[in-house]
Ligand binder design. Structure first.
Ligand code: ADP
Length: 255
């Protein structure tokens, strides 16, 4: 069975002051369906935004942001739990930092935890542990974290669910004539060094971190698919029917 990592961004999971329950439920329903065909790992953002639903601290302040994350992580997980319960899917919470990938011993432990979790039919939900860590222990965005998770769990593909339909030839929020690039097999240096453009106040990545994730994934001979997390039709068709309609596939393989 192929193994797939899904990464979902804050913009999909949260509205201004609350968890976007309908979108989360749609995601959970897709993951429950995907589990019939694939081993599924979820990397979920949204803890800081979920924390903000309970207390209004300034997320730009170092300590306040950690407090928001620590308050938000259980809110996020309990929302996931109640939705996955509908599909009888058990979940686990795995919080990681960059350090978890920098030593063979720690990385092996992480691999074994994921393998055993999946063998026991539990869906692991991974997030960055930005609560008790220093900034240099963190990736800072879940795009690159999820690419590392895909690599070290021997996954075949990373699916990034974002607030855009794919990777465009220019920022679609600025240029209404931008067109989606369907397949990308090489990312140029200037694309990786462009200004960061996160779309929502809780988003940390923007397109650049997704491109860095894509570069890492392709360098490791894996594939990444970037598509909408708002309308999951594209992801569902791609995964369940092998139809590539919208969305961008990052792949060095001949497609
Ligand atoms: P998420 O919360 O899903 O990680 P982000 O807001 O961090 O999403 O990143 C997606 C945003 O990147 C888009 O909303 C868009 O404004 C911006 N962006 C900039 N350039 C591009 C591009 N060439 N193609 C697609 N999106 C782009």
């Amino acid at each position: 069975m192929k193994r797939i990592v899904f990464k979902v961004g804050s913009s999909v999971l949260t509205d201004t002051n609350s968890i976007a329950k309908e979108r989360m439920l749609n995601l959970v329903s897709l993951l429950a369906e995907a589990r019939k065909k694939y081993e599924v790992i979820l990397v979920s953002s949204g803890a800081v935004a979920a924390g903000y639903t309970a207390l209004k601290l300034d997320r730009n302040q170092h300590i306040s942001k950690k407090v928001l994350a620590s308050a938000g992580q259980p809110i996020l997980m309990s929302s996931y739990k109640s939705m996955f319960d509908i599909y009888d899917v058990n979940t686990s919470q795995i919080l990681l930092t960059e350090d978890d990938f920098d030593s063979r011993t720690r990385t092996k432990i992480f691999q074994q935890i994921i393998d055993t979790t999946l063998e026991n039919n539990i869906l692991p939900i991974v997030n960055e542990n930005d609560i008790s860590t220093t900034p240099d222990q963190l990736f800072g965005d879940n795009d690159q974290l999820s690419a590392h998770v895909a690599q070290y769990t021997n996954s075949d593909m990373l699916i990034i669910l974002s607030d855009i339909e794919g990777y465009y030839d220019s920022n679609p929020k600025d240029n209404p004539n931008a067109t989606i690039r369907k397949i990308v097999n090489k990312i140029e240096d200037n694309e990786l060094t462009q200004a960061h453009t996160p779309n929502s106040q809780f988003a940390t990545g923007g397109i650049v971190t997704k491109l860095k994730a894509g570069e890492y994934i392709m360098n490791n001979n894996k594939e990444m698919f970037l598509c909408s997390g708002f309308d999951l039709t594209t992801a569902r068709e791609f995964l369940m029917k092998g139809i590539h309609n919208k969305g961008t596939l990052f792949s060095k393989k001949d497609n």
